[in-house]
Design a protein around this ligand. Structure first.
Ligand code: NCD
Length: 326
């Protein structure tokens, strides 16, 4: 794990995990515990390098195509920052309406085009499975930056890295996920990824219509991870080490009336948080739309802004990994 790194120069220049060279990152299911420890070790080194020198030339001359068919602030800009801090450059395509997509170009053709110009492609797309379709079309690595309600693997990697850096362990944890567990792709990836660790307990708190999908619960259950579902947070907040809050995903509802019923179902505020441990953390992939009161922001347990910064280091690590430089 990060703090056990044996050399300040590790792992740059080492080809230890050349397994990842040229590979796509589509799902957290690709990551073993060893892989995670390796990625976090690299991310930790990236953090040190950014703090010491800001920008360096590990990926000089490499080009990233950042292709976003859905809105994004953090994921898109942190991939851009990650590439540029490593000395590489970026082709940003976030207004697909100004690209040939609006002329009816298919995703595979757009991907084939971009890989002529770039070394790696980051893709966010509204359809589940789109990243896999893109990866099939591409020879260059494709990184899934969110495929509809499917997965958001780089977010889950940065989420677990956040837990590691903030709490110092990934085993022996009670993690409570709250909010829209049905449409929230971040929690689908995070629950799967946490099931790689030992003595993890997962609590799911959601309105009845926004429960964690059965498929995810079955996969996690197959790893013997205890999971429990709740309608309210009260009972389990005191035992929680990590409270992972999510936004109700308005854009994914088929019936807007359903959204109206569940929006604002939970609001975390300083009063509620009196019942929580002193050394726990509150995370959120952001954006928030009212589910965490801004009154809580100054509490040391509010880790969601720090979490964004950890995302930069993890994405730097992932880019270095798939481009063969870590
Ligand atoms: C999340 C996403 O896009 O799934 N945002 C992010 O990447 N940080 C969460 C969300 O949109 O609610």
């Amino acid at each position: 794990m990060p703090t056990q790194s044996t050399s300040p120069h590790l792992p740059f220049g080492e080809n230890k995990n050349a397994d990842w060279y040229g590979k796509d990152i589509l799902s957290v299911k690709q990551f073993s515990r060893d892989d995670l420890e390796y990625v976090f070790g690299v991310a930790h080194e990236m953090r040190g390098m950014v703090e010491r020198v800001g920008t360096f030339d590990l990926l000089k001359g490499k080009i990233l195509a950042n292709l976003f068919y859905e809105p994004s602030t953090r994921t898109s800009s942190s991939f851009t920052a990650a590439m540029e801090r490593l000395g590489g450059s970026v082709i940003p395509i976030s207004e697909v309406k100004y690209s040939s997509v609006s002329k009816g170009e298919s995703l595979p053709d757009t991907i084939r085009t971009l890989e002529c110009y770039a070394d790696v492609i980051v893709l966010r797309h509204p359809e589940t499975g789109s990243a896999a379709i893109a990866a099939k079309a591409a020879k260059k690595p494709v990184i899934n930056a969110g495929d509809g309600v499917g997965e958001h693997p780089t977010q889950a990697l940065l989420d677990t890295f956040t837990i590691m850096e903030e709490i110092g362990r990934l085993d022996n944890l009670t993690v409570t996920m709250l909010g829209d567990l049905k449409y929230g792709r971040t929690v689908h990836s995070l629950a799967r990824l946490l099931s790689t660790f030992t003595n993890i307990k997962l609590n799911y708190v959601s309105p009845d219509i926004l429960k964690m999908p059965k498929e995810v619960m079955e996969e996690v259950g197959a790893k013997n991870i205890p999971q429990a579902e709740f309608a309210s947070l009260e009972k389990i907040l005191p035992e929680t080490d990590v409270l992972y809050v999510t936004r109700v995903q308005k854009e994914r509802f088929e019936d807007p009336a359903d959204y109206e019923k569940v929006k604002g179902a939970y609001v975390i505020d300083p009063e509620i948080m009196k019942a929580a441990k002193k050394d726990m953390i509150v995370m959120h992939p952001l954006p928030r739309v009212g589910e965490i009161s801004t009154d809580f922001d100054d509490d040391p347990r509010a880790a969601y802004f720090r979490q964004m910064e950890y995302g930069l280091y993890v994405r730097m690590a992932l880019l270095a990994l798939v481009l063969g430089k870590a």
